[in-house]
Ligand binder design. Sequence first.
Ligand code: PEP
Ligand code: MN
Length: 343
Amino acid sequence: MIIKLKPHTNPSDKYRFIEYLTDLGLEFHFSENSEAERIQVMANGKNIPWKEIKSRPIVDEILDSSNIYSMVHRNYKPENTVIELPGVTIGDGIPIVIAGPCAVENEAQILEIAHLVRNQGVKIMRGGAFKPRTSPYSFAGLEEKGLKLLAKARQETGVLIVTEVLDTRDVELVAEYSDIMQIGSRNMQNYKLLKALGRIDKPLLLKRGMSARLEEFLGSAEHIMSEGNSQIILCERGIRTFVEYTRNTLDLNVVPVIKNESHLPIIVDPSHGTGRRDIIESMSLAALAAGADGIMIEVHPHPEKAWSDPEQALSPDQFSHLMNHVNDFIEWRKTHALSPTRL
Ligand code: PEP
Ligand code: MN
């Protein structure tokens, strides 16, 4: 539950109220950047005297949250979380594009892609150096060498880097080479990794688990945020359903639902969400129309030769076609608000 204080409370009343909550044995967090101050109270199975708390003159309202997540709830922070990176802002209402290969393969490949995406106006490049693969015999990434190649691409073109961290032991290493650290679907519920990333000061891209429900997805974001890091970008990347014509089913319903439920930005990955290059452009536009704060696209100079996920990589021409349409939408979006009202 969230306690909303009356606006412009005086510091000594606030101090006394905090003492009162502490005497009740409650654990709580203060929301930052809200026009009226909000306090998240962890129930931890305790019986909380809500009626008495509500009757305090300093209290404006008691607002709902979920038992699983409350700091990521909109009631804790009504304003959108906006993530500021050099030259690009995520979550301010204007969608962004992240693009790059599934995996870093070699220097020539990653440099070619970095130039290609940069020339299309993309500010953030993706590329895995640590790859979670279904088969132990598949290419699992160049690891530290791959990170160094990403750093070279960043230096040469100015693109920012998002790359996956698979293991708590690699957090420091990956943090050194990335602007945004990606938590893959398979690790969405690796709570030790989430907590470790919650303690660092770097934006994170949290991908939805392939069969994660809404509260599990937001619960994972809460694991991060409760450790202190609130720079979280959520990512819908498709869920497992009974359909066989796509790799996953892109759950675009979750976009407006999350925009209402949480202050965190959410982007969509139609590459993994479909697994089919022929429908990635349609689903990218659909994602943006649904209110996504951005899209993440896999692109490769020679898709048929990609070392991982070749069937969903766009060729440079296909990517350029997609970017023309996406840019038209982004221009339109600058002058048009989306409904529902909270978007
Ligand atoms: C990826 O984006 O590189 C990836 C492995 O995707 P996911 O974790 O969504 O399967
Ligand atoms: Mn991939």
